[in-house]
Design a protein around this ligand. Structure first.
Ligand SMILES: Cc1ncc(COP(=O)(O)O)c(C=O)c1O
Length: 361
């Protein structure tokens, strides 16, 4: 159980945005940015007439088509961040019991707390390769549970929950009438690709965006997939916030969705190279313990040296480099490494990490 005090801000997000920049940042969880002006776009494509378009249908149709889901199950949102918030706002009443994985992406916890949830946690254990352990969830589930929240791929570890585990989770949630919110923002970086859990049953609510895996975080194109009545209630919650999306961004998102193969480009190959380099690096060090990175953009090794804030401080001071200290994921002896950069930059960052680990040994 976390503190019952309502969380009013994300300290992690603030840190992520405003930390002092370094040259060799292994902190990121996004692939390199994609230049939209490398696509054949004319200014007329952007409908720059100043009008806004409530629930802009072409964008929802394009998103729905990717999943084979009808448009009345697609809610647009500003990134996965707002998608998560809207989904939770429609699903959580103050006092509702919400189960959240541990470790997790901190704003998920913050949003549930902000909405007045009673939060209970279940572990994803490092010694178990951060696997989604449905029996651990069963132990904290109660008739009061309204929502279960996970990330897939898991942030920070990159662990993949397979369909059989997700089905078991859906069955468990159904026994108490709870929903399952799955943040799939990293799922499109699974190897080989895996389908969304949206087709596993009406208890599943899915969020995703064109940010992390596609390098288009500036577009803020995110979405929620939910059964129609629930999707409608999310649209209605959205009227309290942004009301409509920025239309030129919606147009750009439609164009990006038409050209997703080009947007992805060499990114999957680059990620695979970087994962293999990271696996050799982590496997060669006695002071690091880490599951093999097989999917995604991040890994979350354990460091025998203890609190990794010290490691990050040292990297910054001596090597113009950085990692994400595990305290942001409630596991101070771990740290998160991001693979989403050109391989030469990644190798240069790892060389600095190696030197810092040696110095601190
Ligand atoms: C699990 C998870 N969900 C959502 C986000 C935010 O994504 P977006 O930029 O699409 O809002 C992040 C960013 O790090 C994340 O790790």
């Amino acid at each position: 159980m976390i503190s019952s005090k309502r969380i009013m801000q994300s300290d992690y997000m603030h840190w992520a945005k405003f930390k002092r920049p370094v040259r060799y940042a292994l902190t990121g969880s996004e692939v390199p940015h994609f230049r939209m002006d490398s696509l054949p776009i004319s200014i007329a494509d952007l409908d720059l007439d100043g009008a806004s378009h409530p629930r802009y249908l072409p964008l929802r149709a394009a998103i729905g088509a990717r999943y084979g889901v009808p448009v009345d199950q697609v809610v647009s949102a500003d990134g996965t961040s707002m998608a998560n918030f809207l989904a939770m706002a429609a699903l959580i009443e103050p006092g509702d019991e919400v189960l959240v994985e541990q470790p997790t992406y901190e704003p998920l916890l913050g949003a549930a707390s902000f909405l007045g949830a009673e939060i209970k946690r279940f572990d994803r254990k490092p010694r178990d390769a951060f696997r989604l352990d449905v029996s651990a969830i069963e132990q904290v589930l109660s008739p009061k549970t309204r929502l279960i929240v996970i990330t897939n791929l898991h942030n920070p570890s990159g662990a993949l929950a397979e369909e059989s585990e997700l089905r078991a989770l859906g069955d468990l949630a159904a026994t108490v009438g709870a929903r399952v919110l799955i943040d799939e923002v990293y799922l499109d970086a699974a190897v080989p690709s895996r389908p969304s859990a949206v087709h596993l049953g009406p208890q599943f609510v899915i969020t995703n965006s064109l940010t992390k895996v596609y390098g288009l975080s500036g577009l803020r194109c995110g979405w929620i997939l939910a059964e129609p009545a629930l999707a409608e209630s999310m649209w209605r919650v959205n009227d309290l916030f942004g009301v409509n999306q920025a239309h030129p961004a919606e147009r750009l998102a439609c164009i990006a969705l038409e050209h997703l193969t080009e947007v992805l480009g060499e990114t999957p190959a680059m990620l695979e190279r970087n994962r293999q380099i990271f696996n050799s690096f982590a496997g060669s060090r006695a002071d690091l313990q880490c599951m093999r990175a097989e999917h995604g953009i991040t890994a979350f090794p354990h460091w025998a040296g203890g609190n990794t804030q010290r490691l990050d401080d040292y990297l910054r001071e001596h090597y113009d480099a950085s990692v994400v200290p595990g305290r942001w994921f409630e596991m101070p002896d771990h740290f998160r490494v991001g693979f989403g950069m050109p391989t030469d930059s990644f190798e240069a960052g790892l060389t600095r990490l190696e030197s810092a680990l040696d110095d601190l040994r």
